[in-house]
Design a protein around this ligand. Structure first.
Ligand code: NAP
Length: 424
């Protein structure tokens, strides 16, 4: 192994994308603490407006990716985001003999196997630590730290925006829209928050974790999603009475038949669980192995600083490996995905009140052979828009959904019923 490149000098690094994460990576590379890494290029569209005075004078600024690909840079860091042109640029960098480090979860979830195979054929590395859970070293943790175990379960909070919104609703009883606006004002949520709140962001990250942790690649869009936008302040009141709170939970579990049970959705989690203790924009990944039991990784899942630390750690890994030895765990045919988790269930109804509603719902559940565990309703509520909750004994989610389709057809609902599984 060598701590320098083939020419014996430090590894030269070209940054592509000089935004939140790119500029934070540049700051770390210019702080003098990383002897074997040397920033040589910064590439961004409209480069003139991106120039800053704290970058050393010998760094080349360019808006031409071809100039980077033709250069003698050893490692290209892709931080522009999105699938296109990032996927193509990463492929071309590898073909040009450069290792690549990226924070791009979409590229890795969709095309990571192919890119990793290309890196392997070229004797290069593809690092993507920052693509999942920002500053938490989960990829290294799973690939190196827990390589001796056989993991079968991943439970995680992978989206800081959702966690910020849900913990704000939990703490102060504010409505979803209020918490979302606040998250946007503070820069935790995008102007279009759908990738976060509807689950696509966590979906891509969970697909990567399944491939690395469970060693079962899955197509990201095969993972069932449920939005958190339907969660209401009243749900935190009822969740608390059940000893729980609400989190957007990403989970994946190996099934004996080769499938992966996976889902991203809002769930009730026990207030004493590790997931319930993650507040604000934090992330956590809890994995369970056959030999080592449960291991939790938690910290900042986003932000320029933490994400840049993950990027630079990948750069150091490339340098430590002398530029060679690509990872090899992402490939293989995708496993089929199922969501038949067994758990208890929380159902919240908002109805125009009249006698017989609970009896009618119990009748539906009895017909589907589902057992009602409890009915919760605060006394003295308004007769119109009355919210109450029923919980069901543990059973397959598919059975609950079939029963809910029948229940939703009854004529007393003021709003569609909300279903959330309760994390066992
Ligand atoms: N921010 C985080 O907390 C975080 C956490 C984990 C992972 N990530 C990932 O890190 C990557 C970068 O995120 P970011 O937050 O740093 O994004 P960002 O602030 O929007 O920065 C992206 C930079 O890339 C440039 N760019 C975009 N498309 C380009 C193109 N086609 N050609 C040339 N330059 C282009 C942008 O230029 P303009 O100035 O013209 O827009 C901008 O300077 C993404 O993959 C993201 O998912 C981010």
């Amino acid at each position: 192994m060598s701590s320098t490149n083939a020419g014996g000098s430090a590894f030269s690094v070209a940054l592509v994308g000089f935004g939140t994460v790119g500029s934070s990576v540049a700051r770390i590379l210019c702080n003098g603490a990383h002897d074997r890494l040397r920033l040589t290029h910064i590439c961004n569209r409209g480069i003139a407006r991106k120039k800053v005075d704290w970058i050393p004078a010998d760094v080349t600024w360019t808006d031409d990716i071809n100039a980077v690909l033709r250069s003698d840079a050893d490692i290209v860091v892709e931080l522009i985001g999105g699938l296109d042109p990032a996927t193509n640029w990463i492929r071309r960098a590898l073909e040009a003999g450069k290792s690549v480090v990226t924070a791009n979860k979409q590229v890795i979830a969709q095309g990571g196997a192919e890119l990793e195979a290309l890196a392997g054929r070229q004797g290069l590395q593809l690092g993507f630590e920052a693509a999942v859970a920002g500053g938490i070293p989960i990829i290294h943790g799973l690939r190196q730290g827990l390589a001796g175990d056989r993991l079968f379960r991943i439970l995680a909070i992978l989206n800081g925006t959702c966690n910020y919104i849900l913990t704000r609703m939990e703490a102060d009883g504010v409505a979803f829209d209020f918490a979302l606006r606040e998250a946007q004002e503070l820069g935790y949520a995008e102007a279009d928050p759908s990738a976060d709140v509807d689950g696509m962001d966590a979906q891509a990250k969970l697909a990567i974790l399944s491939a690395i942790g469970l060693r079962r690649p899955i197509a990201p869009d095969s993972i069932p999603l449920r939005t958190i936008t339907t969660v209401d302040a009243i749900d935190f009141v009822y969740a608390r009475r059940l000893g729980c709170t609400i989190r957007q939970v990403s989970r994946a579990q190996s099934a004996a038949d080769g499938r992966v049970r996976a889902a991203v959705q809002p769930m009730l989690v026990s207030r004493s669980s590790a997931l319930a203790r993650v507040n604000g924009s934090g992330n956590i990944v809890v994995v369970e192995g056959e030999l080592g039991g449960e291991t939790a990784f938690s910290g900042y899942g986003a932000g320029g600083g933490p994400t840049a630390v993950a990027v630079v750690s990948d750069l150091e890994s490339v340098a430590a490996a002398g530029g060679g030895e690509a990872g090899k765990l992402l490939g293989g045919p995708p496993a089929r995905v199922a969501q038949d988790f067994d758990s208890a269930h929380y159902l919240r109804f908002v109805v125009n009140d009249r006698p017989g509603i609970v009896a009618a719902l119990c009748d539906v559940f009895a017909r589907h052979e589902l057992n009602v565990d409890s009915v919760l309703q605060d006394p003295g509520g308004r007769k119109e828009q009355l919210a109450f909750v029923m919980t069901l004994d543990p059973c397959d989610a598919g059975l609950v959904n079939a029963a809910l389709r029948d229940a939703a057809a009854l004529d007393f609902h003021a709003r569609p019923p909300l279903w959330m599984p309760v994390l066992p």
